[in-house]
Design a protein. Structure first.
Length: 254
């Protein structure tokens, strides 16, 4: 009986706190000055895992614009390296895997609110019809906008830890080279496929010339090559749950 009661309490508390957070448009829990959050998104299609709907995404953007400074990942990394602080926390928006709906659905909304975003893609699966990934033409069109930057998500989006060293180098370095050759711009950021990595993979990422790397929930604070992201899916995308996640996820810049 006691365990059932406790389980009910634990289920209710997050919803209650999150409603308190968004009540009258105010933060009940004040964000840490100088703190930051990096958000990770995937697709807007219900056919794929880790999806959210466009209505929830727009509500999140409106919410973040009210309480945070939304900056590019490039600026975010510079802030972390230089230990910059601001009068309000800063956030960055990222997308993994390079789904076509990132251009068709997310990009128009990002442009509407003038929100910068970074898209992590795997050049070895570009132009593949599987799961409707972005084409090279899509990417070229997107990169013409100053609010858009691209990063590498590995060459073929393989989990890196089981691979031999030479194959890891191919995944990490070749993807960077191909993207740079096509875009004519530096690719400075790497997103670990599936968020999985180890110390050897981190060394290879640095060796290949990236400035920073992002994980997906592995919080090694203040390590520029394992920056934590808060992944947003249909599970936590409603505004009340999102606000609760935000309040609990701000990392202080030290």
């Amino acid at each position: 009986m006691q365990r059932r009661i406790l389980r009910k309490i634990y289920r209710v508390i997050p919803g209650f706190l999150s409603r308190r957070i968004v009540k009258r448009g105010k933060f009940i829990f004040m964000p840490k000055i100088g703190g930051y959050i990096i958000f990770g998104y995937h697709s807007f299609s219900v056919s794929y895992n880790y999806n959210i709907n466009i209505y929830d995404f727009e509500q999140q953007i409106i919410y973040l614009k009210k309480f945070f400074r939304i900056i590019s990942l490039s600026e975010m990394v510079e802030n972390i390296l230089n230990k910059c602080t601001f009068d309000k926390p800063v956030v960055s928006i990222t997308f993994d895997d390079g789904y076509k709906d990132n251009r068709e659905i997310a990009l128009p909304l990002l442009l509407k609110y003038k929100i910068p975003a970074t898209f992590f893609i795997s050049p070895g699966i570009i132009n593949c019809n599987y799961r409707s990934f972005l084409s090279w033409n899509d990417i070229k069109e997107m990169t013409n906008n100053d609010l858009v930057e691209f990063g590498s998500h590995g060459y073929l989006h393989q989990e890196l830890t089981p691979l031999k060293e030479e194959d890891i180098i191919k995944e990490v370095c070749r993807s960077k080279q191909e993207l740079e050759n096509f875009l004519g711009k530096s690719i400075n950021f790497f997103s670990y496929p599936y968020g999985i990595f180890n110390s050897e993979i981190k060394k290879i990422v640095q060796m290949c010339g990236y400035k920073a790397a992002l994980s997906a929930g592995i919080n090694q604070k203040h390590d520029i090559f394992s920056l934590n992201r808060v992944m947003i899916t249909s599970y936590n995308s409603s505004l009340d749950k999102f606000a609760y996640v935000v309040a609990a996820s701000i990392t202080e810049i030290k």
